[in-house]
Design a protein. Structure first.
Length: 100
């Protein structure tokens, strides 16, 4: 039986709808995933995004927030209110893409 831990990673097709649920991703995958997802949202003029990282120990939340701080096209972010996931989700506001 082949060892699936050594199988090449297969790209996952994600729905770009303004909500990124990180529950199925490893922390090491999140740093690259967030900018790619947010750029895809901007291309579709989705400028308000919810990133669901879960409540847990806060590791994913810290990675999400540190990644967002480095992105020039993020205008603001904050934890969601209770109806949007509370401290298990982060709401992100993106700047409009510049038209070339």
């Amino acid at each position: 039986m082949p060892d699936i831990s050594e199988s090449p990673e297969v790209p996952i097709e994600m729905q770009i709808d303004g909500t990124l649920d990180l529950h199925t991703f490893q922390p090491r995958e999140v740093r690259e995933l967030i900018p790619a997802y947010l750029e895809s949202c901007r291309e579709r003029n989705i400028l308000s995004v919810r990133i669901v990282h879960g409540k847990g120990t806060g590791v994913l939340r810290e990675i999400v927030h540190s990644t967002l701080k480095k992105l020039a096209y993020v205008s603001a972010f904050r934890l969601a209110d209770e109806t949007g996931g509370g401290w298990g989700a982060t709401l992100v506001e993106l700047k409009k893409p510049e038209i070339a």
